[in-house]
Design a protein around this ligand. Structure first.
Ligand SMILES: Nc1nc2c(c(=O)[nH]1)N[C@H]1C(S)=C(S)[C@@H](COP(=O)(O)O)O[C@H]1N2
Ligand SMILES: [Mo]
Length: 406
């Protein structure tokens, strides 16, 4: 606490000095353009400034099936905790279907008293709920499980995660309406794309906080995020949040689909395999400064990043500038809450010496983000899902920032 106050005071003093410099910049640029001249006309759809372009990155498609692949959120170009829909990471197993909501239905069947079918319009008539949640692919950060540290941006390395405000119909309304038979313990969710990315979710989770999401950050879902409707399973690996949701079946057992046997099963170090390990572990990373950036000057730099946990809320984030030998508690700057991204900040004085920056998060269930070695040790050397090891950024004497393993 004391440490934080001292740091913030130091930061503010230095910040004033920096600001005084910028005030001498003339208000009218040389070419005569200023806020006082006539600007561009109105537009029917907003676009980002050409001076602040942001693009998804790390777009990787499967050589034998270009519809299968992923693109990453450029975490290092964004701030706050909400990912703009245009930059929300994508992960598709067979491309993005264009679905006319008038021709799409959601069927609820299996171990229910009354099978039901809902149109998009039907669902819009239910009481909706809105929540901020993170969404993370279980393959996020897999590049940091590779033997050599990849020289890449925070987004390309760790950008299969997003934060958004999701609005939808709480699933328990629909299940209650259909009437759950006592033997039903699992739901099997199926999408309308060709991928058969069908997943089983225990009813204990499904009845808790799962929704059929219809809106994302205030607008109808984008096609790449599952328009017209997706299952949204907060805190759990992204692949159970089935996009283009078209059927939910209740049954006594999981379906053991291809995705949950051949892929999203995690082989452990001791040879056993973890199935339905759905919760995403506690994790954080510094997004500024981060990979491939260069510090513009010596002096005070604001360290800032994101933390989240599939087990609850973020309780604390600590930052180290000496590869984990000493830690300082960062300020949690966004409204804390369960299963959502939390923004942390900490001013840091950089005086030109090489440094290794790290962050580690603790959630309110007592889970602490592990070192890279400890995170890797949980799984077989072949495994790369659910990696949550500490991200290390090396700052060299020139201020260049690079992904490193320590
Ligand atoms: N129907 C369907 N749902 C799907 C997928 C898919 O390919 N098809 N991909 C899953 C995976 S692996 C992830 S990580 C999330 C990604 O959601 P996003 O593309 O909205 O970021 O969707 C999941 N839901
Ligand atoms: Mo995923």
């Amino acid at each position: 606490m004391t440490q934080r106050t001292v740091d913030r005071r130091g930061f503010l003093k230095a910040g004033t000095a920096v600001l005084a410099g910028t005030l001498v910049v003339p208000l009218l640029a040389d070419d005569g353009t200023s806020a006082a001249s006539l600007g561009a006309p109105m537009g029917d759809y907003g676009q980002p400034s050409p001076f602040a372009p942001a693009r998804r990155e790390g777009i990787g498609a499967h050589p034998q099936g270009p519809g299968a692949g992923a693109s990453s959120t450029p975490l290092q170009l964004l701030n706050g905790t909400v990912t703009p829909n245009s930059l929300h990471f994508e992960r598709h197993h067979s491309g993005i279907p264009q679905i006319d909501p008038a021709r799409h239905t959601l069927t609820l069947y299996g171990d229910v008293h009354q099978p039901l079918q809902f149109s998009y319009e039907d669902l819009l008539a239910y009481p909706l709920e809105t929540h901020l949640y993170f969404l993370e692919c279980s393959g996020n950060s897999y590049r940091n499980t590779l033997p050599d540290a990849q020289d890449a941006t925070a987004g390309a390395l760790n950008g299969l995660v997003s934060g958004a405000e999701w609005t939808g119909v709480p699933l328990h309304y629909l299940l209650a309406e259909a009437g759950i038979k006592p033997r039903a313990k699992w739901l099997i969710a199926e999408g309308a794309d060709a991928s058969a990315n069908t997943r089983s979710v225990p009813l204990s989770i499904a009845l808790d906080n799962v929704m059929v999401a219809l809106y994302q950050n205030g607008e109808p879902l984008r096609p790449s995020q599952g328009f017209p409707m997706r299952l949204f399973v907060p805190g759990c690996e992204g692949n159970v949040s089935i996009k283009w949701l078209t059927a939910i079946k209740l049954q006594a057992e999981p379906a053991y689909t291809r995705e949950e046997t051949s892929k999203y099963t995690d082989l452990l170090e001791d040879g056993r395999a973890e199935m339905f390990s759905l919760r995403m572990a506690v994790k954080s990373l510094i997004t500024t400064p981060s990979g491939r950036m260069t510090l513009p000057r010596q002096g005070v730099v604001e360290i800032s990043g994101l933390a989240w946990s599939g087990h609850g809320s973020i309780a604390k984030v600590e930052v180290s500038a000496d590869a984990g030998r000493s830690w300082v508690t960062a300020q949690l700057q966004s409204e804390p809450g369960p299963l959502r991204l939390t923004r942390f900040r900490l001013p840091w004085r950089w005086q030109g010496a090489p440094a290794i920056l790290q962050s580690r998060a603790l959630d309110d269930q007592g889970n602490l983000q592990p070192s890279r070695d400890a995170a890797l040790a949980r799984y077989s050397p072949m495994g790369f899902y659910h990696y949550n090891g500490i991200q290390s950024w090396q700052v060299n004497a020139a201020g260049e920032v690079k992904n490193v393993y320590v």
